[in-house]
Design a protein around this ligand. Structure first.
Ligand SMILES: Cc1ncc(C[n+]2csc(CCOP(=O)(O)OP(=O)(O)O)c2C)c(N)n1
Ligand SMILES: [Mg+2]
Length: 560
């Protein structure tokens, strides 16, 4: 049979393997270490679009965002050593965010291995803690097998990144091998006995709370779960930066359980008798540093549902641990029915509190950033994708934006700066018909501002907001609290952002007053180009809840 197969070089075998896995988009920065792959991708350019980026950090965030948005592995190509080092940020993000990704890295030829040859790194050691699996393909004829294994591994159980290193000789070598069909996504289902136990525990609950989060969700499961939760009158929250798993307009939605959590919601979660957690790991950000749920034995009766068996019992000893995929669990849950008037009245109180908590309050300065977010939340189409990064500017987004459906939010749960802008590029490439906006800080944006060149090169139109306070504001806030008045290393001198955007061929605007925002946004959207709007806010407005001066005063007072 083998004689029927065409001989191909390793790069072409790899490109064909990606096409067989259903890959449509890949991101990367080229290197001489993987020229045969570029040659293979050249042959398949009608099937797979290779998006060439300006820095591997941006490219790796794009691959991560693609994986997060579509549920299919985001594919990244980086060169050895330096490329691998730059690209690590998206891999770390993908790991903590449970995002399926497959990362291909060039490698020195096998004949030079272990000499510390030019740009040589042992990727098994380098990526050991940030990837589900790291391997090196030493034989050209095994490329299809390794790629199939990598795609299975990235999607199975708790999704995550997989790294494959490609020694140069493997790519230049030729072989006649068959392709492998597209991977399956393998996730466990709950047993009938486990679902009976869920019924028993919920049936005696007076103050239950449902918490959704983590990776491995799909649109259908979110819609069905919402229907089930609404029919049964349960209150629900979402874990840190997973706010789009439940329509925030639903009267069952009580808010996000993340940084800067509504204190009343935090209290309510602490006092829940049964906590049904679906898909969330219950990480540090979601548990307010392990205070909402005590480790290792929670006060609440914890029902923890997670697709990764290794996550169950890792921090918390649940009353009931169920190893199941979200879709499989939701399907089984639909068989249960409850009629508890007490749950409904509790839910209504939580909802009223949520509505009050998320109403923007006045902040110092002429530009009311909270009102801008509310305006966007009210005006953008329901399926618009909002990509955010890390920094205090994101606090307004978390609090005042209402996410209306699955994958309308892209954010780094590992708190990694520089994410929003490249994530928005990937989102617009993956979903060209949907509106996309990026919300960035001034520090955050410039970590990957160079990808404006990529957005312009590929003609990707979306609007980016850069919230400029001239500060690494988050760090300044902590600095003023811990060492009041001793400001150091947290001030920024910024470029003129609209001019910077225009230099790349993008549209640029600055907004200094609330009323200027709507017309600026309309102009930016109508430009048909990548567009940047700088929002110049008062640096004292450090969060939706307080000011820098108030933090400093309080810290000084308690020091006296
Ligand atoms: C890659 C990375 N580097 C550093 C940090 C630490 N850090 C967290 S927030 C922050 C400041 C963010 O500044 P900016 O984007 O201007 O947002 P602001 O807090 O001012 O709203 C820093 C430096 C981080 N989270 N990620
Ligand atoms: Mg800032």
């Amino acid at each position: 049979m083998k004689s029927d197969l065409k001989t191909r070089h390793g790069g072409r075998i790899l490109a064909d393997a990606l096409a067989a896995q259903g890959v449509r988009l890949a991101f990367g920065v080229p290197g001489e270490s993987y020229l045969p792959v570029l040659d293979g991708l050249h042959d398949l350019r009608e099937q797979i679009r290779f998006i060439v980026c300006r820095q591997e950090g941006g490219a790796s965030y794009m691959a991560e965002a693609y994986g997060k948005l579509t549920g299919e592995p985001g594919v990244l190509f980086v060169t050895r050593g330096p490329g691998a080092a730059n690209g690590a940020i998206g891999v770390h993000t993908g790991f903590q965010d449970s995002t399926p990704m497959v990362i291909f890295i060039g490698q020195v030829p096998n004949e030079f291995a272990e000499r510390e040859a030019f740009q040589e790194i042992d990727y098994r050691r380098m990526y050991g803690q940030m990837a589900k699996w790291v391997a090196q393909i030493d034989r050209v004829e095994r490329i299809p097998e390794y790629v199939s294994h990598a795609f299975h591994m990235a999607c199975a159980g708790r999704p995550g990144p997989v790294v494959l290193a490609l020694p140069e000789d493997t790519l230049f070598a030729e072989a006649a091998v068959a392709d492998v069909p597209k991977h399956h996504t393998v996730r466990p289902a709950p047993s009938p006995a486990e679902i009976d136990e869920v019924r028993r525990l919920l049936d005696r609950a007076q103050r239950p709370f449902v918490l959704l989060g983590g990776g491995g969700w799909d649109r259908d499961s979110c819609v069905r779960l919402q229907r089930w939760i609404e029919a049964n009158g349960l209150p629900v929250g979402t874990s840190f930066r997973c706010q789009d798993l439940f329509d925030n307009r639903s009267s069952n939605y009580a808010g996000d359980v993340g940084i800067g959590i509504n204190p009343q919601l935090a209290e309510r979660i602490k006092k829940a008798d049964v906590l049904l957690v679906i898909g969330a790991r219950l990480g540090e950000m979601t548990t307010s540093a392990y205070t909402l749920v005590e480790a290792p034995v929670p006060k609440q009766t914890l029902i923890h549902v997670h697709a990764g068996a290794e996550e169950l019992g890792r921090v918390y000893r649940p009353a009931l641990a169920i190893n199941a995929g979200n879709a499989q669990f939701v399907q089984a849950l639909e068989r249960l029915k409850f009629d508890k008037p007490a749950w409904r009245s509790d839910m209504q109180a939580l909802r009223e509190n949520y509505l009050e908590w998320t109403t923007p309050r006045p902040m110092p300065g002429e530009l009311q950033y909270g009102e801008v977010i509310k305006w966007l939340s009210d005006r953008l189409p329901d399926d618009a994708i909002v990509a955010g990064g890390a920094g205090n500017f994101a606090g307004w987004l978390h609090r005042h934006f209402r996410y209306k459906g699955f994958r309308t939010q892209l954010g780094p749960t590992n708190g990694s700066m520089g994410y929003g802008f490249p994530a928005a590029i990937a989102a617009k490439l993956a979903e060209p018909k949907r509106a996309v906006i990026a919300v960035c800080g001034d520090g955050d944006f410039l970590m990957n501002g160079q990808e404006l060149a990529t957005a312009v090169q590929y003609g990707i139109p979306f609007v980016t907001l850069v919230v400029n306070n001239g500060l690494y504001g988050t760090i300044r806030m902590h600095q003023e609290r811990e060492y009041p008045g001793r400001v150091y290393g947290t001030s920024l001198q910024n470029p003129d952002f609209p001019t910077y955007a225009r230099a790349f061929g993008a549209h640029g605007e600055v907004v200094t007053k609330t009323a200027e925002f709507a017309p600026a946004f309309e102009r930016a959207s109508a430009s048909g180009k990548p567009a940047l709007i700088e929002l110049r806010i008062d640096p004292d407005a450090i969060s939706p809840a307080t000011t820098l001066s108030a933090i400093r005063e309080k810290a000084l007072k308690s020091a006296r």
